[in-house]
Design a protein around this ligand. Structure first.
Ligand SMILES: NC(=O)c1ccc[n+]([C@@H]2O[C@H](COP(=O)([O-])OP(=O)(O)OC[C@H]3O[C@@H](n4cnc5c(N)ncnc54)[C@H](OP(=O)(O)O)[C@@H]3O)[C@@H](O)[C@H]2O)c1
Length: 238
């Protein structure tokens, strides 16, 4: 299925992480104009250069998305520049785990709450009204741990569950507006860099970044206009 996003404005939070560059490349190839945000300006510049678009086509902003004010400022830049936003892809992540609940460090609990819950809350709040106005899309990437936690991932699972709940609440608020909010669920992401670094590793439980980007593109297409508040699992066949 060919999906064109010509004329669409797509905001990508956490754009320079593991998944972001693949998603940015797929959405740029589909014709979207991107607003990319992350914390490192040099990485954002390198990512925009890699997209090979005419200068000025894509926008980038540095922001700490755990900070509500900085997150709102990014949304405001998009409003001033484009007057609309058609999709928000929330890719901010990070992982801590591997200990029992009693052993898990307090600092890591605080970090995961910030990375996974606060950034989601801030991005949802900054973009809910523009997305309702445009009939746009919000997509979160989550983990099966949110539904079926292991004790060694208690903190990560709890934070992902909280962020999923925010998206389901957003989906409820979007109902009737034309906007949608959905969750893509993967065990682990296989990036092009990982494949290049260790081509012979066993990635059977991983989902390729390209497949996640394709699912996101589908969720942003007209064909998915009636899909709201869903968890799409992109694993389980192997
Ligand atoms: N990787 C996996 O196997 C996996 C599995 C299941 C679900 N997920 C989810 O899939 C999504 C994408 O995963 P990923 O591996 O690409 O994530 P990631 O690389 O860990 O993070 C994505 C980007 O978010 C940025 N970021 C972190 N905190 C930020 C903040 N406060 N403000 C602005 N940017 C911030 C990171 O920048 P810094 O480099 O500065 O930290 C990084 O560039 C995440 O939501 C993740 O939870 C991933």
């Amino acid at each position: 299925m060919h999906i064109s996003l010509d004329g669409k404005i797509v905001a990508i939070a956490g754009a320079t992480g593991g998944l972001g560059p693949t998603v940015a490349a797929v959405f740029a190839s589909a014709g979207a104009t991107l607003s990319l945000v992350d914390r490192d300006a040099a990485k954002l510049d390198a990512l925009i250069a890699s997209l090979g678009a005419p200068p000025g086509k894509h926008h980038r902003a540095t922001a700490d998305l755990a900070d509500a004010e900085q997150t709102r400022a990014w949304a405001e830049q998009i409003r001033q520049r484009y007057g609309r936003v058609d999709a928000v892809l929330h890719l901010v992540g990070g992982y801590r785990g591997g200990q029992t609940i009693a052993q898990f460090p307090d600092a890591d609990w605080a970090l995961l709450k910030q990375l996974l819950i606060e950034t989601t809350w801030n991005v949802v709040r900054a973009f809910v009204e523009p997305l309702k106005a445009s009939g746009g899309r919000f997509i979160l990437v989550s983990s099966p741990q949110a539904q079926k936690p292991l004790h060694v991932n208690a903190a990560y699972a709890a934070c992902k569950a909280a962020s999923e709940t925010l998206i389901l609440a957003l989906a409820d608020e979007c109902r009737g507006t034309g906007a949608t909010a959905n969750i893509i669920v993967v065990n682990a992401i296989l990036t092009p860099q990982m494949r290049a670094d260790k081509p012979d590793a066993d990635y059977a439980q991983f989902t390729a970044a390209e497949d996640i980007a394709s699912a996101m593109l589908y969720l942003c297409s007209d064909a998915a206009a009636n899909m709201n508040g869903q968890r799409l699992s992109l694993f389980g066949a192997r």
